[in-house]
Design a protein around this ligand. Structure first.
Ligand code: CA
Length: 393
């Protein structure tokens, strides 16, 4: 029975207990004057908001057609670019989903336990020592980005959009839009005018992403936050899991990783097509997670490798209903088919694949983010230990 095949491959995930070798600063939830120096952040809307979260497993599902995955040839040919990666923070960091650098080159990441970490580049050029900048109560820091004033903005799951000043003061900036709660703030990007584009991956299942995949409905959206007024509005709706987001260098468009359609969308902010959304890169070899645009306008993407099993499930509502009816949520999470082969793709500004980095040996953790920084490519993970980097030739 195919519904059992999914489950038979996977061992139950063992959660590790994190150690912490540094003191955590006090978290203060207030008006954060060090934040308001940069932006006159308006008071946050605290009016009653409606949750759209479903109580349990979906009972109706949609099937969709997934094209055959791209051939591993040309720029996608398997190579050893991600093998023998240099690891950092392995005993300290679990689930370092995103990585970002400040203007001084200091590395920041956030982990499963809610902690945001910083690691300066040491004399040997390595981010070897991590210290806790803040710990977010009851929230997971998924996406990270700096605003132009040096505040670290965090897409923090069901806590929405959070700002952290350089001295560790934490403030919730936005947690609702149009009367509904932001259910799963996943990634964010900051435009030159300060507008923050934030993905809300699944308004229906929040962090229960296997349910979102199995239901096959467009429960995601992108919201725009205006820091000078506090206004939050829906920019793009009906996305099949809205994950990574980036603003193009000319600020004419926002790119959005649509995880469960294996593609990256382009939503136009200006020009003749302003307000419209179209596919930018389709049929990726991964279910795209975070995305990064580099200084050359190249798009760096990674995520779980698409497998034959996942693609087959896409087209079969019956199989997915079978999984939902026969397994607990915990079993579905533990059994999600994650391939040992990990890869990062790079597309040019026209959406053409130009290069890729692979580790097909199973030596690296599953990837959630790929961030080029100088001569290095840094990678993070939704569920693994530590972060890693490889040289970029
Ligand atoms: Ca993500």
């Amino acid at each position: 029975m195919k519904t059992l095949k999914w489950m038979s491959r996977f061992a139950v995930t063992t959660l590790l207990t994190l150690g912490c070798d540094s003191e955590e600063p006090d978290v203060v939830e207030d008006d954060a004057p060090s934040l308001t120096r940069c932006h006159p952040f308006a008071a946050r809307d605290t009016s009653p908001a409606r949750s759209q979260r479903a109580a349990g497993a979906p009972t109706e599902v949609n099937a969709w057609t997934t094209p055959a995955p791209p051939a591993y040839e040309g720029p996608l040919a398997v190579n050893s670019g991600l093998e023998n990666a240099e690891r950092f923070g392995e005993t300290l960091l679990r689930g370092a989903e995103d990585i970002v650098f400040d203007a001084q080159g200091t590395l920041y990441t956030g982990t499963q336990d809610g902690t945001v970490w910083r690691a300066p580049i040491d004399a040997e050029g390595r981010p070897a020592t991590f210290t806790a900048l803040a710990t977010l109560p009851d929230a997971r820091p998924l996406g990270l980005a700096f605003d132009s004033c040096g505040n670290l903005l965090v897409a923090a799951g069901r806590r929405g959009l959070i700002g952290i000043s350089a001295d560790g003061v934490v403030r919730t900036l936005a947690d609702r839009v149009d009367g509904t709660l932001i259910e799963y703030a996943d990634e964010l990007a900051v435009a030159a005018d300060g507008t923050v584009y934030l993905t809300d991956a699944s308004t229906r299942y929040s962090s229960a992403w296997p349910y979102d995949f199995l239901e096959g409905k467009p429960n995601g959206r992108v919201v725009a936050y205006e820091p000078t007024t506090g206004e939050v509005r829906v920019l793009v709706d009906d996305i099949y899991f809205a994950n990574g987001v980036a603003v193009t260098a000319d600020e004419s468009a926002v790119l959005i990783a649509e995880t469960f359609r294996g593609r990256v969308l382009r939503h136009w902010l200006s020009g003749a097509r302003a307000g419209t959304t179209e596919p930018f890169v389709e049929n990726l070899p991964v279910t795209p997670d975070n995305i990064t645009l580099d200084a050359q306008g190249h798009l760096w993407t990674t995520g779980y490798l698409r497998t034959d099993e996942l693609d087959a499930l896409s087209g079969s509502a019956e199989q997915r209903l079978g999984l939902l009816q026969n397994f607990t949520y915990e079993q579905l999470v533990a059994g999600f088919p994650i391939a040992p082969h990990v890869l990062v793709t790079v597309h040019d500004a026209q959406g053409n694949l130009v290069r890729s980095f692979h580790d097909a040996t199973g030596g690296l953790f599953p990837l959630s983010t790929a961030v080029p920084q100088g001569a290095w490519l840094y990678v993070g993970t939704l569920s693994g230990q530590g972060i890693a980097r490889v040289p970029v030739p």
